[in-house]
Write a protein that binds this ligand. Sequence first.
Ligand code: MG
Length: 252
Amino acid sequence: MITIKNNNEIAKMRESNRIVGLLLHKLDDIVKPGISTYDIDKFADELIRNEAGKPAFKGYYIPGLPPFPAAVCSSVNSCIVHGIPSKKKILQEGDIIGIDVGVYKNGYYGDAAKTFQVGKISEQAAVLMAVTREALKRGISQARDGARVGDISHAIGSYVMSQGYFVADNLTGHGIGTSLHEDPIVPNFGVKGKGPRLRKGMTIAIEPMVNIGTNRVIENGWEFYVADGSLSAHFEHTILITENEAELLTEY
Ligand code: MG
């Protein structure tokens, strides 16, 4: 079931997502060569708690895996999503790192992700990041009252393919509210005019995950990697559907 939020619920969504956006903004100054993904996670955990939120990913449970151990997912280079922060993972000049964060506050969830460059990066990595960011923008531009989920999916997938890149298999965006993951599923490719209809008051997370070499993924516990070892980027916003342009709830 897709939930429609009333004004009171929307206010709570704005607050949880504001904290997500604030963190991803502040991380611009934190992500640099020499820092470990563990230290990035520590920074995130503290900031979220200082804003009276709870890190939503910590303890997140899916059958068959240990609970997710950290506040953020930190996915370096060919890691697509769900990378686990570690003291041993030290960022190197030229890396790209996707950081995905969820915040729970007042009963509602916020969720967004951003890929950061570590120092100076290759032209190839820079173009991948730009294409992924643009794919997200194009997806968001389709999201409004009366449109279909397929309009978003088609805008993302067709653009990514036109640039010669691949959307990662089996990884999608999602509705969000009193649960981190709600209906509808928001795929990163699809058919215009198909899928559930969007209505004012829905909140969804749109999140293209774009690979250079192949759509195929390899799972290693929580972590998803590009099957051919090529680079992957990830950008995500939670948005509120309105009669006009969607409202970005996770401005960063
Ligand atoms: Mg998400």
